[in-house]
Design a protein around this ligand. Structure first.
Ligand code: ME8
Length: 517
């Protein structure tokens, strides 16, 4: 009898899902523009864990380059101290926001240096890296060269609105221009979302690609070029490789082959060129597969401007968590910011969303249900009715949520989930269980249905509401955590067993006052 094959062709192959955020520069502290892609990636990762996928969620910090070196000089510390201090601030922010990353990568880690050197050496050996010289306008804040035509008023970076600097250097060039056909092929499948961003990437290629300089001699805060001591790799060619380092490139090739190229990169529109043109090209040049998908978000704006660390519009996650709690923060950015277009941040909108969806629709349902179960059912939760009219609503909410999370459209997923809550509130209004006879079958049926909806909501909302989902779970008498359930089975109507003690607690989401204009 042949031995069982438990390798890649195994019958019990697991489904894997790898998701990444951009790695953030450590020149300054995190703001909500960084929190937005991080919370989005976190919620998607949590959804995939609910589906039972082997999930890898990566975030981290981008620590080399002139921008960091200058920030360190301004603070009177070494670049390493600058990186250590600020990287920790990102970790603290993500701890505060309940971000469930499996790894936090820092580009100053030795494993990353090894990976960068190996990947770019492979590209050189394959004939894609050559020596040359370069002169051009450089924006240190972007860590990118611009053509004179791209500058505003002939001098300013179009993103940072500050003068770009003239740089001239001898360095190594990546022969991007020779990879046009491969890039077009990659972009001609379902790789970049939304569609408009895929077209933007195609447009960049169709305009004609120039070779790009990938090393620097003017600074030494970077990964050394292994074949030439005078050079370090330019920060972007070091940074992009983090996605490969984290899953084993350069250290554990078997691990790398498990995860690559099934990767989903979440990025902002400012770094589309790097992720949708340069990065797939670098991988192809090194003989590796380009990433599976890149999802491009718009900017969060305040007063029409991109939130930035250098601008005056800085709002920290901690500021908002103080007012809205972690779940209130996460819910707002997931529910109100559609992934793709730009979105204007509004404190008033955040208050209004919190009050309508969290305090009213969800919070009131929980307190209503627990109160009535105490008054009319002796505090013990009854089982749901298998024939309940809410069963069909629950099934379509699950489909809507699954579809929304699958397409990285958190607002769609949460709207579908909240539809079930609204329908359940209406069902209670119609049936008025608070007027029914204590201990009757009638009241047990209605309350069993409402408890079942709360069970389902705790699971379906858990990618967004990390604390409230467990608070609901416990309040309806269930053990463990909603996040440990497995979909789709856990979404079937009738999972609430009944006979459990229901706890009447304090309101989950106390109403907030709308600020005066
Ligand atoms: O670009 N709205 O780092 P970074 C929405 N290190 N998203 C925003 C935002 C805003 N106002 N501000 C920032 C870098 N972001 C590089 C990335 S990846 C290999 C290297 C998000 O700290 C957006 O996704 O300047 C942006 O691309 C990302 O934060 C990184 O910002």
């Amino acid at each position: 009898m042949p031995a069982l094959d438990l390798g890649s062709g195994s019958l019990c192959a697991v489904s894997r899902f790898y998701i990444t955020t951009p790695i953030y520069y450590v020149n300054d502290a995190p703001h909500i523009g960084h929190a937005y892609p991080t919370v989005t990636a976190d919620a998607i990762a949590r959804w995939h864990r609910l589906l039972g996928d082997e999930t890898m969620f990566l975030t981290g910090t981008d620590e080399h380059g002139l921008k960091i070196q200058r920030a360190a000089e301004a603070n009177g510390i070494s670049p390493q101290e600058q990186a250590d201090n600020t990287s920790q601030r990102f970790r603290d922010a993500w701890d505060l926001l309940d971000i469930s990353n499996d790894q936090f990568i820092r580009t100053t880690e030795p494993r990353h240096h090894t990976a960068v050197q190996e990947l770019l050496t492979r590209a050189k050996e394959n004939g894609f890296i050559e020596k040359g010289s370069y002169a051009g306008y450089y924006c240190v804040a972007c860590e990118a060269y611009y053509n004179a035509d791209d500058l505003v008023d002939g001098t300013n970076c179009p993103i940072h609105e500050r003068p770009a600097e003239w740089f001239e250097e001898d360095n190594y060039f990546f022969k991007l221009s020779s990879l046009e056909a491969e890039l077009l092929e990659w972009l001609n499948s379902e790789t970049v979302f939304p569609e408009g961003k895929r077209n933007e990437a195609l447009g960049i290629i169709k305009l004609g690609l120039e070779d790009v300089s990938i090393t620097r001699t003017s600074i030494d805060w970077g990964v050394p070029v292994p074949w030439d001591d005078d050079h370090v790799f330019y920060v972007w060619y070091d940074a992009l490789i983090n996605y490969a380092t984290a899953v084993g490139f350069g250290s554990d090739i078997d691990e790398f082959n498990l995860w690559w190229p099934e990767t989903h990169h979440i990025i902002g529109k400012d770094i589309l060129r790097f992720h949708c043109v340069y990065w797939p090209a670098m991988l192809i040049a090194a003989g590796l597969q380009p990433p599976k998908q890149v999802h491009v978000s718009g900017f969060l704006l305040v007063g029409g401007k991109k939130l930035s660390k250098t601008g005056l519009t800085q709002i920290t996650p901690a500021d908002l968590v103080e007012d809205f709690g972690v779940d209130g923060f996460r819910y707002h950015f997931l529910r109100d910011v559609s992934f793709g277009p730009d979105s204007e941040f509004s404190y008033e909108q955040m208050v209004s969303r919190y009050n309508s969806d969290l305090a009213n629709t969800l919070g009131n349902l929980l307190s209503r249900v627990t109160t009535v179960v105490h008054k009319k059912c002796g505090g013990v939760g009854p089982a749901p009715n298998p024939e309940s009219e809410l069963a069909a609503v629950a099934a379509s909410s699950y489909q809507g949520a699954a579809d929304g999370w699958e397409r990285l459209q958190a607002p769609v997923a949460l709207e579908a989930t909240w539809n079930l809550l609204r329908e359940t509130n209406a069902y209670l209004e119609r049936n008025e269980p608070w007027k029914m006879e204590e201990g009757s079958d009638e009241v047990a049926t209605v309350m069993g249905d409402a408890l079942e909806v709360l069970r389902l909501t705790a699971i379906l909302a858990s990618p967004a509401l990390t604390s409230a989902s467990d608070a609901i779970w416990t309040a309806i008498g269930l053990d463990g955590s909603a996040a440990d359930e497995r979909l789709p089975d856990a979404a079937l109507w009738g999972g609430y067993p009944g006979g459990l003690p229901v706890i009447k607690g304090t309101p989950l989401f106390p109403r907030l006052k709308v600020p005066e204009a």
